[in-house]
Design a protein. Structure first.
Length: 268
């Protein structure tokens, strides 16, 4: 049987929530599950482009689905940075998904959330209300924590890549700290685990095939596809225990022929 990788989905979501939510919200939930629990993580950075690509929906439809999940407290979303440097992370709010006290009338879907802002906490006015001050404090704390995590991830991937070619120590890979910005961009487009795994497999392939590795900046500019790398890295002739077993048994058989008739005289 072929081994199939899978992602666990919450039973409560399927049994209680899915029938009440829109198709867009359900698709977005599956993508967030894939990028978090699918990689054995509680939280992950997911860009709009990833959600669009993986759900096959338009940006407006994706935003509508995310809004629905947020208003029902099925997911938690955090944003840090500004403009092109904005980083968005998602996590599944399993506590609320499992809340048995929520009635059907409490569940919001795309028909009754159209006038609700997706994240009011990020449209903070100059008012000094207690709620807004708490939101500002939470946003600041999340920003510091996320930036620290991302910096650590970038440094780990940067240090993973050798500064000398693994097959030619006399050749430099021209690795520089400027490449950290490109690593950051790749993490935003894919994920930390996927970028790290791709680089590891790429280096393994280069070592196995004794080929020179690319400069880090070149590799990051034209990043290899993880699935293609994994397929190319599989051994061409995988051992077959059953075949080896019967081969050895066959080789152990001794057959004696009659030279005149060609008939088998003895076999053991």
């Amino acid at each position: 049987m072929i081994k199939i990788n899978h992602t666990q989905l919450s039973n409560e979501f399927i049994d209680k929530w899915m029938m009440k939510l829109s198709g867009s919200a359900t698709k977005c939930f599956i993508v967030i599950s894939r990028k978090t629990i699918g990689w054995h993580k509680d939280i992950d950075q997911i860009s709009d482009s990833q959600l669009i690509k993986m759900t096959g929906q338009s940006l407006n439809t994706v935003k509508s689905g995310i809004k629905e999940l947020l208003e029902n407290k099925i997911i938690i979303m955090s944003r840090t940075g500004q403009g092109k440097g904005t980083i968005t992370t998602y996590e599944i709010n399993y506590d609320n998904i499992s809340n048995n006290n929520i009635s059907n009338s409490d569940i919001l879907n795309e028909s009754n959330v159209s006038n609700i802002d997706i994240l009011p906490s990020f449209n903070i006015s100059n008012s000094d209300t207690t709620k807004e001050n708490l939101l500002k404090k939470e946003y600041k704390e999340n920003s510091i924590n996320n930036q620290s995590i991302i910096k650590s991830q970038i440094d780990e991937i940067y240090n993973l890549y050798p500064s000398k070619d693994i097959n030619n120590n006399n050749r430099s890979t021209s690795k520089s700290k400027k490449d950290k910005d490109k690593i950051h961009q790749r993490i935003k487009e894919l994920s930390y685990e996927e970028v790290k795994k791709t680089i590891k497999i790429y280096l393994d392939c280069a070592a196995k095939n004794k080929t020179w590795i690319k400069n880090l900046s070149v590799l990051l500019n034209k990043f290899p596809d993880l699935n293609e790398l994994e397929n190319n890295n599989k051994p061409e002739n995988e051992p077959d225990p059953e075949f080896d077993k019967y081969t050895k048994e066959f080789e152990a058989i001794t057959i004696t022929y009659d030279n005149r008739t060609g008939e088998v005289v003895n076999a053991k």
